[in-house]
Design a protein around this ligand. Structure first.
Ligand code: IMP
Length: 199
């Protein structure tokens, strides 16, 4: 059986040390998290065409190079009227300067160019756990809502100021962080991962 056993070390396939406390908290503690960056593992190119594909690619790459169980995520915003764009290119739409004001304007411009009135969108978080001897488990969590322009709110990150989850008046950029965290795509993906891999 593939399980994550409490106390074990997990390699987080990221070079962003800021993700460690988040991953530790979402897994419910009890794990030693070390990043691929701390182990000096190179980052692979994200060549797959889906969130799950890229999460598995990153987890497998880290597991193969480290010889340890590795966890990777891939996430982004998909817009219904743009056939799911920016999707796996969500980070790349912000350019090398990670300018999300630019990325959000690009979403609005693409909708205008398409003459689209459909504002439905969703965030996806794919999480993959890979074992060095080959097996890999992947899950996805989603949160659905509508886009709101102009962007609203100073909280959160990325596309949060233009995303209003279904059933709420505030955008993710306006919400209390704990309210977003309770319903986010990431929280939903971690719940599924824990159900699958932790006793
Ligand atoms: P990744 O690090 O390659 O998975 O890129 C994910 C990108 O998707 C981030 O840079 C954000 O732009 C966007 N994204 C993912 N999750 C969220 C979220 O919860 N709020 C806002 N933007 C998000």
């Amino acid at each position: 059986m593939l399980k994550l056993v409490k106390g074990m070390r997990i390699v987080a396939a990221t070079h962003n040390p800021g993700k460690v406390p988040e991953i530790a908290a979402l897994l419910g503690g009890d794990y030693e998290i070390v990043t691929a960056g701390q182990l000096n593992l190179p980052e692979p190119e994200e060549t797959e065409s889906t969130f799950s594909g890229n999460a598995m690619l990153k987890a497998r790459h880290a597991a193969r190079l480290s010889g340890e169980v590795s966890l990777a995520d891939d996430s982004g915003l998909s817009v219904a009227a743009l056939d799911g764009a920016p999707g796996i290119f969500s980070a790349r739409w912000a350019g090398p300067k990670k300018d999300f004001a630019l990325a959000m304007r690009k979403v609005e411009e693409r909708l205008e160019e398409a003459g689209a009135t459909d504002r439905r969108a969703w965030f996806t978080s794919a999480l993959a756990v890979a074992w060095p001897d080959g097996p890999c488990v992947v899950v996805e969590g989603e949160v659905h809502g509508e886009l709101a322009f102009p962007p609203r709110g100073e909280r959160g990150f990325g596309y949060d100021p233009i995303f209003r989850p279904d059933g709420f008046d505030q955008t993710f950029g306006e919400m209390e962080p704990h309210a977003k965290d309770a319903m986010s795509h990431r929280a939903r993906a971690f719940e599924k991962l824990k159900a699958a891999l932790i006793d």
